[in-house]
Design a protein around this ligand. Structure first.
Ligand SMILES: C[S@@+](CC[C@H](N)C(=O)[O-])C[C@H]1O[C@@H](n2cnc3c(N)ncnc32)[C@H](O)[C@@H]1O
Length: 208
């Protein structure tokens, strides 16, 4: 029998945003892989778990060994199709071994919070990576949804955008802790965002 790797999008974090199909997949899991926080919150007692750390090759080796004898369920934040471990899993395992359960992305929830369509937005991640000049370049009417991190925080990104010619009065929304009790959504200008601290792991929406 060929065991599967079930990649489950767990949404932005709050339980209300965990889809029932994801919840069922977690309940039926034999081996559960995920961030420490996800496992602490979601892992049923008594099953084998493995924390995702920076050692991705070692993690893929672990999964490769496990699926010789059982299925492995991998929890990823938000949606698996939007900047997750799915890319690394596809690099190691054939697509026939993968089952992907979608989740609600942090980007989706951010746009919902500010009642803004995202069909015309350019969605990019600066979480652990930089973005091209083309992606960040100013065009009238452009809309960006950006995943941020501690280094590429909103203040840093605001300065990059101003260098790229975005007007100082451009509208910005910073969304952190989405779906958690600590959720914060702030509306400000690009000029003000240059001076802002915090909002390190957030979704930054920019609208020209
Ligand atoms: C590795 S990416 C994962 C994105 C995920 N696959 C998704 O669809 O939301 C991690 C980044 O997602 C964003 N993020 C994830 N959960 C969030 C939340 N609850 N509130 C705000 N931003 C969040 C932050 O920008 C964080 O740095």
């Amino acid at each position: 029998m060929e065991y599967k790797i079930i990649v489950v999008g767990i949404g932005p974090g709050g339980k209300d945003y965990l889809l029932p199909i994801a919840s069922n997949a977690i309940d039926e899991a034999k081996v559960l892989v995920g961030s420490r926080r996800a496992l602490e919150t979601l892992a049923p007692g008594g099953i084998e778990t493995k924390v995702i750390d920076r050692e991705i090759t070692a993690l893929l080796d672990y999964i490769e060994e496990k699926i010789k004898v059982t299925s492995v369920t991998v929890l990823v934040s938000g949606d698996p199709g939007f900047y997750s471990l799915l890319v690394a899993l596809k690099g190691r395992f054939p697509v026939e071994r993968l089952v992907v359960i979608p989740g609600i992305s942090s980007a989706q929830l951010a746009f919902a919070r500010i009642s803004e369509p995202w069909q015309d937005a350019l969605l990019i991640s600066m979480h652990g990576r930089s973005a091209s000049d083309e992606a960040l370049g100013f065009i009238a009417g452009k809309k960006l949804g950006i995943l941020t991190d501690a280094n590429h925080n909103p203040a840093f990104i605001a300065r990059l955008l101003i260098n790229e010619g975005w007007p100082l009065g451009t509208k910005v929304w910073l969304c952190s802790g989405l779906s958690y009790e600590t959720e914060e959504v702030r509306s400000l200008t690009l000029d003000e965002t240059q001076e802002i601290s915090g909002f390190e792991h957030s979704v930054m929406v920019v609208k020209a």
